[in-house]
Design a protein around this ligand. Structure first.
Ligand SMILES: [Zn+2]
Length: 130
């Protein structure tokens, strides 16, 4: 692994993150409401969040764009599974709140005429797979 490369995380790492319901009401991250994917104006980072690692496989140049769903979920559903091997989780960076440890997934959609930064909190109960 090259020096400075982000740590590769697994589903088990995500399952160890705190339940979002445990976020203290006054925490600096409490205004982030993103049980499902939300668009944000710009990627979030320091000082609010710190990078924990990545779900991207450095060996995989062309990760799948297939999504994994359950219970009728769709991309934007709050109850959609968090499945690290599937889109869009397979291209996400993982960040945590510096204060309470709540986990967040972030990636950027590149369309023909736009870029769109997306944010979703990690609910450990929704994490599927390895
Ligand atoms: Zn927090």
């Amino acid at each position: 692994m090259p020096a400075g490369a982000p740590r590769r995380l697994t589903a088990d790492d995500l399952r160890r993150l705190p339940q979002p319901t445990a976020t203290p009401a006054g925490c600096a991250c409490a205004h982030l409401k993103c049980p499902g994917w939300e668009s944000v104006a710009a990627p979030l980072g320091e000082p609010l969040l710190q990078r924990l690692g990545t779900l991207r496989d450095p060996e995989e140049a062309d990760p799948t764009v297939q999504e994994l769903h359950a219970d009728g979920s769709r991309y934007e559903s709050a109850h959609a599974p968090i499945a690290p091997a599937w889109f869009p989780y397979n291209r996400c960076e993982v960040w945590t709140c510096r204060t309470c440890g709540r986990g967040f997934l972030q990636y950027t959609e590149f369309g023909g005429y736009y870029v769109d930064h997306r944010l979703r909190e990690v609910d450990p109960a929704r994490v599927l797979g390895a």
